[in-house]
Design a protein around this ligand. Structure first.
Ligand SMILES: [Fe+2]
Length: 372
């Protein structure tokens, strides 16, 4: 193939203006209609009945609801099971109807409505519907970014699920007992500010961290949400809990790319307009509310899927009626890893580069705790 490399003159060029995807809502009725349509089809060969929610601005290479986040509506009919598959993407799932069994690497658990769990990269996974109703989940992944990089690895070779050694275990066993080659490659200091030279061995034998599937059953999570629901409207933070996976360490994620939070806002709560470079998608689990995103007003209610914050667009959310409860997925840990998590908590405050050289945002939690 003839290749012609171009040299593009960017001398003196201004910064490219960012093209924010507008806020959009996929209503509950459209989600339900799609669930019924998927259930009406003959079973596909791999067992995965799924629809990917694609934003009108998405240009590919795969369907995506935010530039770096895809959301699949996945349906299993009673008695059905998916063929195992292993991918280099990571996932966060929420069951939104029925119940079923998740088998991820050598972990297996039963999931019910509003349970959340993560699937680490390169762990084969499969789902089984052992109930009498449809088993439906929303599955969020960082596939769009990996596909853009042309490195999304997928393997659907049959494996014996449950007996599979997870990747983290294999790596751990290989290092145990023997001296590591990198121990022989002594770091060399350069200058006096911490710069070093390291041998190749440090690139290919990085410290390991066990990455496993964790499960947040709704039955255990729900009672805690009453605490944040009960906080008064003067609280300057958000009425939520992060579903924290300790493997993500200081990046405070649920998977290595995304955090999942569940918020329960009281009646009459209006968040202050703010912005962050992470993009956000809200699934409304209960109640109703409204948002202003990039100046556009939008309302939503239980069962809707809301692309609620395009990265770096000014937005705020407010509750209506008795309040609302929402699952939020944001590509926040990914941005921390890239040192690109910019955050402006109110438009009067400076832009923070969270987790780096400035202190983080402070709330008035202290007042809430005194009042409790
Ligand atoms: Fe936000």
């Amino acid at each position: 193939m003839e290749q012609r490399i171009k040299l593009v003159d960017v001398s003196g060029a201004p910064a490219r203006e960012q093209d924010f995807w507008p806020t959009v809502v996929l209503p509950k009725a459209a989600i339900n209609a799609e669930i019924e349509r998927l259930a009406s089809l003959p079973r596909p060969a791999n067992g995965r009945r799924a629809a990917s929610v694609s934003h009108p601005m998405n240009k590919g290479p795969v369907p995506a609801f935010a530039p770096g986040i895809d959301v699949h509506i996945e349906v299993l009919k009673p008695g059905e099971q998916t063929e195992p598959i292993m991918r280099s993407s990571t996932r966060v799932d929420m069951c939104i109807r029925g119940s079923g069994v998740a088998v991820i690497g050598n972990t297996q658990f039963k999931t019910e409505k509003f349970d959340v769990w993560n699937t680490p990269s390169m762990e084969p996974f499969s789902y089984r519907n052992d109930s009498a109703d449809l088993f439906v989940r929303l599955s969020y992944s960082n596939t769009p970014l990996l596909e853009k990089l042309e490195v999304h690895y997928t393997d659907s070779t049959p494996v014996d699920l449950g007996k599979h050694s997870t990747f983290s275990h294999v790596v751990g066993e290989a290092v145990e007992g023997g001296q590591r080659a990198r121990d022989l490659a002594k770091p060399i200091s350069v200058g006096s500010d911490g710069a070093q030279l390291l041998g190749y061995e440090w690139l290919v034998d990085i410290d390991t961290l066990q990455s496993k599937s964790l499960h947040w059953p709704w039955k255990e999570v729900a009672p805690h949400l009453e605490t944040v629901y009960g906080m008064d409207n003067a609280y300057t933070g958000r009425h939520l809990y992060v579903l924290y996976n300790p493997a993500t360490e200081r990046r405070i994620g649920t998977s290595h790319s995304f955090f999942a939070t569940i918020a329960k806002l009281p009646a009459g709560k209006v968040d202050r307009p703010h912005r962050h470079s992470s993009a956000a998608i809200n699934y409304i689990m209960w109640g109703e509310g409204k948002s202003v995103v990039n100046g556009e007003k939008i309302e939503w209610e239980e069962g809707d899927l809301h692309f609620s914050a395009p990265g770096w667009s000014v937005h705020n959310h407010a509750s209506r009626g008795q309040g609302f409860m929402a699952l939020t997925i944001q590509d926040h840990p990914l941005h921390i890893a890239m040192e690109s998590l910019l955050w402006q908590e109110t438009l009067k405050e400076p832009i923070h580069k969270l987790g780096s050289n400035k202190s983080g945002i402070q709330t008035n939690l202290n007042n809430q705790l005194k009042a409790a």
